[in-house]
Design a protein around this ligand. Structure first.
Ligand code: NYM
Length: 186
């Protein structure tokens, strides 16, 4: 009998929304129920492209805004063969951020349309479920280490949140919204 394909589950939200904590819990719960599951995260900072992204986020390098957007996208594409292989092997992938973060963060910058931002990710494997962890920027600012990396200002996070709120209107994506008071603090 053919192996049942694994599910592609994505967690999205503004910085400090608790995505990593929830991804880890979900992977453990799936594994305990006997379903093979693994976690992935984007950006994957271990690859050559990921290292360029990491240096940019840590403010150790400067990159033009379109360029960094395309690098984030390329970082997803370079993982696609591995993702497809694992899904075909029946492994469920729980992914901490995906193309939705790419669109929300870049389109929060001046001069970027949602459509332009979506283009470079067109054709990526479609998630079966996208959980959006909702957290107000004010709450996010109270959580640990806010402000160390690029984009971690309340002002920018507010803009990102508005973009996510536009993205969750897309009914072709299986969005599930989880509100702040139910989130586990990181
Ligand atoms: N980010 C993440 C983007 O701007 N575009 C993307 O495509 C992705 C996947 O990088 N501020 C931003 C969101 C976060 C940062 O942080 C990655 P973390 O803590 O590694 O999830």
């Amino acid at each position: 009998m053919a192996t049942k394909r694994g599910a592609l589950i994505v967690l999205e939200g503004v910085d400090k929304a608790g995505k990593t904590t929830q991804c880890n819990k979900l992977v453990s719960a799936l594994q305990q129920s006997g379903r093979p599951a693994e976690m992935l995260r984007f950006p994957d900072r271990t690859t050559t492209i990921g290292q360029m992204i990491s240096a940019y986020l840590e403010k150790k390098s400067e990159l033009e805004d379109h360029t960094i957007h395309l690098l984030f996208s390329a970082n997803r594409w370079e993982l696609v063969p591995i993702m497809k292989k694992k899904l075909e092997q029946g492994i469920t992938l729980v992914v901490d951020r995906y193309a939705f973060s790419g669109v929300a963060f870049t389109s929060a910058k001046p001069g970027f349309s949602l459509d332009w931002c979506k283009n470079s990710d067109t054709g990526l494997p479609n998630p079966d479920l996208v959980m959006y962890l909702q957290l107000s920027p004010a709450q996010a600012a109270l959580r640990g280490q806010f402000g160390e990396e690029r984009y971690e200002t309340s002002n920018f996070q507010r803009k990102v949140q508005q973009k996510f709120e536009q993205l969750i209107q897309d009914s072709s994506v299986n969005w599930k919204v989880r509100v702040e008071e139910h989130c586990v603090t990181q």
